[in-house]
Design a protein around this ligand. Structure first.
Ligand code: KG4
Length: 334
């Protein structure tokens, strides 16, 4: 069975062709970073316009790279939400239209399900049940995953998502969007202990996250340097900020594993491509006797392959989506 996956929830237009549940034939991602960089974040109006220009060539390229035609496709899986409504509408309406004229069934996928299952694109697959940490520009959440379709929300951010914090801190210290990879690069030459930024643990054993106080602490720290008339020690700020985010993400994931009694952890979302987070989580899981599965960075950030995969498994249990269905801005999971 061949599934065409389509993703347009934020600022990446992506498409992929997946054979059955595990053989990826192609994955094409058209990034809009160059468009949004100068604004310090994604401009929704520009994002949807760019999706409109990219969607047809990106799908075409995914089909060509997989050496198939649309006639060979058995299922279209498309992101239905959460995300920017204007961006979502481009991919979703396109999938609906193609489905309508070709007769190929289409299914609407929750973007979060894609991140929760993206690790199955890798050779080494986890066993259910597992704890999943999803950290991206739109969310920081912990889920208990018991099957390809059963996800229980254990905790989520109460304010900024981890990726959002990376992007906002980058902007205030003068780094371009997207901030995550740029902060990670600067942090390589910085001292993680140069500044002590707060960690929001919230209530005892809470699995929720909060990163807005950390962002404010970085702002205050920068203001102090500026008042002294000194240049900002960018690398040290990046390393210290990154460490504060990583420590909370790792610790809360360990609490989730301990609380639920499960010893497999999976990561997903753009922030999961952060090397310091990957290393720290690996070290901690090794110490605690927990199995850890992390997708390659290319499957952590938004991609069409994870949507094809989640859609394929969803289709085994659910009927195709009706043409009257609409996109949604908040995740329906948990
Ligand atoms: O999953 P994703 O591509 O899109 C969303 O669904 O949000 O994640 C994008 C987010 C951005 O906030 C970006 O700054 C962050 O992931 N990110 C990183 C890294 N690469 C991307 N954050 C920290 N370190 C990275 N290496």
């Amino acid at each position: 069975m061949l599934t065409l996956g389509i993703e347009s929830s934020c600022d990446d237009t992506a498409a992929a062709v997946l054979q059955d549940g595990d053989r990826l034939l192609s994955s094409v991602i058209s990034s809009q970073d160059a468009i949004h960089t100068r604004f310090g974040g994604v401009v929704p109006e520009l994002a949807s316009r760019r999706h409109l220009e990219s969607i047809i060539p990106v799908v075409q390229e995914a089909l060509e790279q997989a050496c198939v035609t649309l006639g060979d496709i058995d299922l279209i899986a498309v992101t239905q939400g959460p995300g920017l409504i204007g961006s979502l509408l481009v991919g979703f309406s396109y999938a609906k239209a193609v489905s309508y004229v070709s007769g190929i069934p289409y299914i609407g996928v929750d973007h979060m399900a894609g991140h929760l299952l993206s690790v199955f694109l890798e050779e080494e697959k986890p066993q259910f049940p597992y704890i999943a940490l999803i950290a991206s520009g739109g969310t920081s959440s912990l889920f208990l995953c018991t099957s390809f379709s059963d996800f229980t929300l254990l905790g989520r951010t109460r304010d900024d998502a981890a990726g959002e914090a990376f992007d906002k801190v980058a902007k205030l210290i003068g780094l371009d969007y997207p901030g995550g990879p740029r902060i990670a690069r600067q942090a390589l030459s910085g001292n993680r202990k140069a500044a002590v930024f707060p960690r929001a643990w919230l209530e005892e054993d809470s699995l929720d996250f909060s990163f807005s106080g950390l962002k404010t602490a970085v702002l205050n720290h920068c203001n102090l340097w500026k008042q002294k008339g000194c240049d900002l020690p960018i690398a040290d700020i990046c390393a210290s900020f990154q460490e504060a985010v990583v420590e909370v993400l790792v610790e809360k994931t360990m609490i989730a594993a301990r609380k639920t009694g499960h010893n497999t952890v999976v990561m997903g979302g753009g922030v999961a491509s952060n090397q310091r987070l990957r290393d720290a989580m690996r070290q901690r899981c090794d110490r605690e006797g927990i199995r850890l599965h992390i997708p390659r960075p290319i499957f952590c950030t938004d991609n069409g392959a994870m949507i094809a995969l989640a859609g394929y498994f969803q289709f085994q249990k659910e009927a195709p989506v009706l043409y009257s269905e609409d996109v949604f801005s908040r995740s329906q999971l948990g």
